[in-house]
Design a protein around this ligand. Sequence first.
Ligand SMILES: *Cc1c(COP(=O)(O)O)cnc(C)c1O
Length: 308
Amino acid sequence: MKPLHLVTPYWPHRGLPTTGRETWVKMDAHQPTGSFKIRGIGLLCQRLQAEGAERFVCSSGGNAGLAAAYAARAIGAPMTVILPSTTPGFMRERIEALGAQVLIEGDVWDAADALAQAIAARGEAAYVSPFNHPYLWEGHASLVDEIAQAGPAPDAIVVAVGGGGLMCGIAQGLERNGLKDTAIIAVETAGAASLARSIEAGEPITLPRIDTIASSLAARRVADAAFAWTQRRTVVPAVVSDADAVRACLRFVDDHQTLVEPACGAALSLAYDDHPALKPYARVAVVACGGVVTSLEKLAGWKAQFGV
Ligand SMILES: *Cc1c(COP(=O)(O)O)cnc(C)c1O
């Protein structure tokens, strides 16, 4: 099976303050759907199809839904994407343009996800989770294979955490490339810090509510597997503000000519702000996870909102 994702550039970060640290950026914003999601969702759909699935259902108003639609078109299978009503209209249009059927359910992801799971439970379609499936993690792990092949291994890899699917993939990728000592720096915004709170509590917890503009990080609870990795490897939680994330997006668009979501800006902000979590590490890789639920106009709005 030919992967549905591309090998993305891995290059030295431009525009950083001089710290004596070597910082690299993995440009997954340059995937065909604008985020890393196609790595895992592509493999998940291919594997489920090989196991007999004929049609699929995914719940996501964002990059997972877009990747699911792209993957389904590539493998010639029907895809239904359930969106919460809060999804921007341009995302619905992009998902439909790839040939997927769109249904609107509820006004938060949990409601849309409940419908997707109900459709799957009735046997009408195979469920495509945005962040919680071993095949998905295996697909995301390809990102680390590419970093490992590119050159000297990083001491730390900085990654945004929503439901924790990307983090699980990174952890798995580090394991399978023998990178035992590479730390994972897991970044969330303060209003969606479900992993950081779980690490504090010593067990997976569910946030009562979400309060962040980084919509792709808006999971009230991370996958159990993501929490489990924190018990098995060095995972350093870092929590930043929405303003930090927006400031990083603004700098990144100039430094790398690439527009990304605040979810990605959250991870990028650590390098820009020389965050204390980076201090012990001499060579750091930052995952520019991308995201297309944004626009120049939205970024300008956040810039004004946070006065950055
Ligand atoms: C999905 C997503 C995340 C978070 O990934 P999880 O696997 O849910 O932790 C971060 N950034 C972007 C752009 C995303 O699309």
